[in-house]
Design a protein around this ligand. Sequence first.
Ligand SMILES: [Fe+2]
Length: 189
Amino acid sequence: MALTPLDHFIAQAAAHSRELRDPADCVLALAPLMFDLIEHAGSFLQPRHFSSSPLAYTRNLIYDAPDASLSLYSIVWLPGQWTPVHDHGSWGVVGVVEGVLEERSYVRLSPDRGADHDIELARGGTILLRHGAVTSFVPNPDHIHITGVPLEHPRAVSLHLYGRMMSSFNVYDVEARTRRRIQVAHNES
Ligand SMILES: [Fe+2]
């Protein structure tokens, strides 16, 4: 029997992430696969993958690898919902299924010596991603950003593939110039 588009994507993503040890090579190989997967989102996204909350953006797990080396989520962003300033400590590939997702980057001005204090960040550019768009990032140096949907815009839905279970990430306090690791929740598949 032929693989479904989601099965095909997972199989390819797992193979590439195993073979390509450099995260930059990995996202280079996976971005076109995400680009194709978006066009098939209707074939595998279930109503539960569109779960949302008035309290915060909602992460719905679609797939997690048995060895925790990959995870795929659908994230639902209601108007005005944003992440904190964060990085993932992992590579990631993001594709937009619905609406317009905005990503605003931060640039690290102080050298990264691994400390969680004295981190100087400057606001960088912004990118607007509509249906069909794909973006990606790699760690070291970390991609620091906020992602969300402005209040005056409609809901957005996006697919997020990471090179690990994304159960925690680094959150920055720009004013205090600090960083800390927080746990982040998701809905099970
Ligand atoms: Fe992010």
